[in-house]
Design a protein around this ligand. Structure first.
Ligand code: HXC
Length: 539
């Protein structure tokens, strides 16, 4: 277990030496000024507070170099310095003040970025550092491009007191203003503690790095003092904890490099802003590609699990699925994929976990994802196999009613194209919630194996045929008879299709062409909600 993160200075790599001897330049006043600029630039680029041991972490500058297209970065505010004088801080001036800010390109699309430098005052947030970050965020807002923050900071600069806190508060307010306008990505690449966690929490995506990043409101020492619990930083707020237990983070990456590469991949699914369409990438995967596997993938036994991810991968372009929050609430699957090159958001029940039941965690996970897709014009494709909401006192007392309502609200509110496919079970309230026609599903498909009903046969017969079963000479025989009757009526998609709640019952092997066809038809969908300030989602 690593207790101290090893870091390096943010000095740039030394320039290559050449044998060519340039003629000495004339000592004109203009050249002197040029020389001064070069000197200042060199000093600023070597601005690390102190040299430290090279470890697994990259420097703030190395991170930006890897994240952005080569040579595309333009730095702003390189010479900025803090204005604090408490604790003799005026004697400690480091140009840039612990954060590198600017703009660059990722796959030739513009992005605004900042990267905190832990080697300068622990990357701590001064008023000046906050102003630099606010400037970049405002540029992202006005110019409609994503903002990416690489966070590595000991929190508010302690020597500055409330001025530093004010900086954090201003950033958080701007996070809220940016929300739903441009994608906001936070990569936690070092410490992130105290109130500092709330800026990333307001972002659309949080990346973390195994064993070198952590997020918590109160650290192990405070917890020990208050509750007498002993816990390591990693267990309290490391990447594993936040991607599996709390569900706060979307990705746990093995190292800095993988984290930065994943941010690049994620951006390829997103538009630059809420007025743009998501990035389109040419696909070589044929639209009419059929998959015979899908005709056999749904088991004959209704309680037998199967892997919904296998269904998804058969349908999408090149089987490439970028799953978000993979290990948190795995009973629901959320992620991005492409269909004929168009970016789509996928929400799917996973029959392999809790039989695909919806619980509190699954409701929260899917609701936030649906709202994210809706913000950024990404169509939502739902794959449904859901026996219902998970029963249990912990669920009821934990407010599954409110959390389930979030999911319902998110589906009903979303105005992007919504395409739903029921592969097997769609029972009760969960049928309604999972992108049904009633919540505004635009095109709703079902496999012949779909069972759309108030509940499963066993439960239903126990209620509606209880008396007949009890009074029968052979109750077991009567139960089987009643169950078969119920199954014959409801264990299929045709009652829903008769009512127009299912638009088409399709052959599983043809799923890809049906869904891509539906996406094309819905490409110009326009749906306006009534004018209002904002709704009151049951948070
Ligand atoms: C000023 C800081 C600093 C801070 C670290 N440094 N955090 N300087 N303000 N918040 C400085 C250290 O003094 C040190 O300077 C250098 O950065 C490296 O720190 P180390 O402690 O040597 O590093 P390490 O052992 O790796 O420990 C990292 C750490 C620890 C766990 C993050 O530094 C730490 O506990 N820092 C304080 C964390 C904290 O409580 N922050 C306030 C949280 S509350 P020298 O000169 O010695 O190299 C908060 C409120 C936000 O942020 C509210 C928003 C609304």
């Amino acid at each position: 277990m690593k207790t101290k993160i090893e870091r390096v200075s943010s000095s740039p790599a030394p320039e290559k030496k050449t044998n060519i001897q340039a003629a000495p330049p004339p000592l004109t006043p203009t050249y002197q000024k040029l020389k001064e600029l070069r000197k200042k630039n060199k000093a600023a680029l070597n601005n690390s507070g102190k040299e430290q041991i090279r470890g697994s972490c990259l420097t703030a500058r190395e991170r930006l170099n890897l994240l952005l297209d080569p040579g595309s970065f333009t730095e702003l505010d390189r010479f900025i310095i803090h204005r604090s004088s408490y604790f003799d801080m005026q004697k400690k001036q480091i140009p840039g003040d612990g954060v590198i800010t600017g703009y660059g390109k990722i796959n030739r699309r513009k992005v605004f970025v900042y990267s905190q430098d832990f080697t300068v005052f622990g990357g701590s947030m001064s008023r000046t550092q906050a102003n630099k970050i606010l400037k970049i965020m405002n540029l992202a807002l006005k110019n409609g491009a994503p903002i990416i923050g690489l966070k590595d900071s000991g929190g508010a600069r302690i020597q500055e007191g409330v001025a530093a806190l004010g900086g954090y508060g201003d950033i958080m307010r701007l996070n809220v203003r940016l929300s739903g306008v441009v994608p906001q990505i936070s990569a936690i690449m070092g410490p992130c503690a105290g109130g500092a966690v709330y800026s990333p929490a307001l972002a659309d995506f949080i990346f973390m790095v195994d064993n070198s990043s952590y997020m918590f409101l109160t650290g192990p020492e405070v917890i020990k003092a208050v509750t007498h619990e002993e816990i390591s930083k990693e267990d309290l707020g490391g990447a594993k904890t936040h991607t599996e237990k709390s569900g706060i983070a979307h990705f746990a990456c093995q190292n800095d490099k993988q984290c930065l590469m994943m941010i690049r991949t994620l951006l390829s699914f997103l538009p630059d802003n809420n007025l743009d369409d998501p990035f389109h990438q040419e696909s070589k995967d044929p639209v009419e590609r059929r998959s015979e596997i899908l005709n056999q993938i749904i088991p004959d036994q209704p309680k037998k699990p199967y892997d919904m991810k296998a269904v998804i991968k058969e349908v999408i372009d090149d089987s490439f699925f970028l799953e978000l929050k993979e290990k948190f609430a795995p009973n629901i699957i959320t992620g991005f994929a492409r269909l004929n090159g168009h970016s789509v958001g996928i929400v799917a029940n996973q029959p392999q976990v809790l039989a695909g039941c919806i619980n509190i965690a699954a409701s929260q996970k899917a609701a936030r994802f649906i709202r994210l897709c809706d913000c950024f014009n990404i169509p939502i494709i739902s794959f449904v196999d859901v026996p219902g909401f998970l029963p249990g006192t912990d669920q009821e007392h934990g407010a599954v009613i409110s959390h389930g309502a979030k999911l319902l609200y998110a589906y009903a509110e979303a105005s992007v194209p919504k395409i739903t496919l029921i592969t097997r079970k769609a029972y009760g309230g969960a049928y309604i919630v999972m992108g049904s026609k009633h919540l505004g599903g635009d095109l709703n498909f079902a496999y012949p194996s779909a069972e759309i009903a108030v509940m499963g046969a066993e439960g239903a017969v126990n209620i509606i045929a209880r008396k007949q079963i009890k009074q029968a000479s052979d109750p077991e025989k009567e139960r089987i008879k009643q169950t078969k009757k119920y199954e014959m009526i409801f264990n299929n998609p045709y009652r829903a299709a008769e009512l127009g709640y299912i638009d088409a019952v399709i052959e599983p092997s043809q799923t890809r062409e049906h869904i891509i066809g539906a996406l094309e038809i819905l490409q110009n969908k326009r749906e306006k909600m009534a004018e209002k300030k904002h709704g009151n989602i049951p948070l």
